[in-house]
Design a protein around this ligand. Structure first.
Ligand code: SF4
Length: 220
C-alpha cells in the first residue's frame, strides 16, 4: 500500500511540517500526472510497521502526517486502518484525494479520522474524462465536494491547470461548483520526465494564475 515517503515536508500540510506517505496506484490516469512512479508502483514498498516506527522516532519534531498518492481511497478499509493507527499515535492527519470514493470519504469524515482534506477538482464536469484520462463517475465527485463542504473538517479544493486542458472560463465554472472561493487553489502544471504520458502541455505561469484568481475573486 505505501510506496513512498517524505520524512519532512514543508508544503503538504498547511501550517505544519508533515511526514508524507504516498500510497501506490491510482484509479485516474491524468496525462499530466507527476507521480507516475507511485501510480505505477515502481518504488520502494514500506510496511505499516516501518512507517509507525519512523513516526515514533520523529514524534518530538513532527505533529502532522499527509497521506497522498496515487489515490489513497482505492485502499478502502486498509486506508482507514492505517489512518486509525496514525491517529492513535497522536498525529494530525491530512488526506489528499481525487474525490472518486465518496462513501469511503463519508466514513472517514463521520468517524472524525482526519483533520484536513484536500480534494482535486480536475476540471469542469464536461471535461473530466479527458482530464482524468478515464471515464469518471461525476456523481461521486459531486458527492465528495458536498460531503467535504458540509463537514467540520478543514479543507481545500485545488486544480492543477495547463493551457491545453483548462481555460479561464473552465476555472470560473469549477469555482461555481464550490461554496467558498477562498478554499480553492490553482496549481500550475509543471513538466516532468516522470509523466505517465510523455506529452508536454503548455503551462500557465504563476503570474497568470494569480491574475486569474484575483479577477475571479472580484467577480464572485
Ligand atoms: S494526478 Fe491523476 S493520475 Fe496522478 S495521482 Fe493524481 S489523480 Fe492519480
Amino acid at each position: 500500500m505505501i510506496y513512498g515517503i517524505n520524512a519532512n515536508s514543508f508544503i503538504d500540510y498547511p501550517g505544519e511540517i508533515s511526514f508524507v506517505i504516498f500510497t501506490g496506484g491510482c484509479n485516474f490516469n491524468c496525462p499530466y500526472c507527476h507521480n507516475s512512479d507511485i501510480v505505477n508502483k515502481n518504488t520502494k514498498i514500506y510496511s505499516e510497521e516501518e512507517i509507525l516506527n519512523m513516526l515514533k522516532e520523529r514524534q518530538k519534531f513532527i505533529a502532522a502526517v499527509t497521506i497522498t498518492g496515487g489515490e489513497p481511497t482505492i485502499y478502502g478499509e486498509q486506508l482507514i486502518n492505517l489512518i486509525k493507527k496514525i491517529k492513535n499515535a497522536g498525529y494530525k492527519i491530512k488526506l489528499d484525494t481525487n474525490g472518486s470514493n465518496a462513501s469511503l470519504l463519508k466514513k472517514i469524515i463521520d468517524s472524525n479520522l482526519v483533520n484536513y482534506i484536500a480534494m482535486d477538482i480536475k476540471n469542469t464536469f464536461a471535461k473530466y474524462q479527458i482530464t482524468a484520462g478515464k471515464k469518471i463517475n461525476i456523481d461521486e465527485i459531486k458527492k465528495s465536494i458536498n460531503l467535504i463542504e458540509n463537514s467540520k473538517i478543514e479543507y481545500e479544493f485545488r486544480t492543477t491547470i495547463n493551457k491545453t486542458m483548462h481555460t479561464e472560463n473552465d476555472i470560473k465554472e469549477i469555482i461555481s461548483y464550490i461554496k467558498d472561493i477562498n478554499k480553492y487553489t490553482l496549481q500550475p502544471y509543471r513538466y516532468s520526465k516522470q509523466q505517465i504520458v510523455d506529452t508536454d502541455f503548455e503551462a500557465w505561469t504563476e503570474t497568470e494564475i494569480e491574475d486569474i484568481m484575483n479577477k475571479l475573486k472580484v467577480s464572485v
